[in-house]
Ligand binder design. Structure first.
Ligand code: FES
Length: 108
């Protein structure tokens, strides 16, 4: 019996036995990112290949998702005017997300 993989080779998304919301598109730093409604913004970003979400204020080291349960705050992003952990925000069609660095540059 052939063993099947639960992961697609061209994507990090699980491809079997997963119930998902409908496919949606969110806007991250002005770029469209594919997501599934209800999955976290962090999951959508990770699946899209984004690993760095901000830079540490002290030494400017790249920071990204770490705990994925809302504790570490490493994944902070701006979501429609509020600074929130991306791992705790469900994706919704048309949602606008900005990384901290992108927003700082945009606002000067
Ligand atoms: S990854 Fe830790 S709060 Fe989001």
């Amino acid at each position: 019996m052939k063993k099947s993989s639960t992961f697609a080779t061209s994507s990090l998304r699980a491809d079997q036995a997963v119930r998902r919301g409908p496919a949606v598109r969110i806007l991250v730093d002005g770029w469209p990112v594919d997501a599934f409604e209800g999955e976290s913004v962090a999951a959508a970003l990770f699946a899209a290949g984004r690993r760095e979400l901000r830079r540490s204020p002290r030494d400017h080291a790249p920071r990204g998702m770490f705990c994925l349960m809302g504790s570490c705050q490493e994944c902070l992003v701006w979501v429609e005017g509020r600074k929130l952990p991306a791992c705790q925000v469900p994706a919704v069609a048309g949602m606008e997300v900005e990384s901290l660095g992108f927003r700082e540059e945009r606002l000067g």
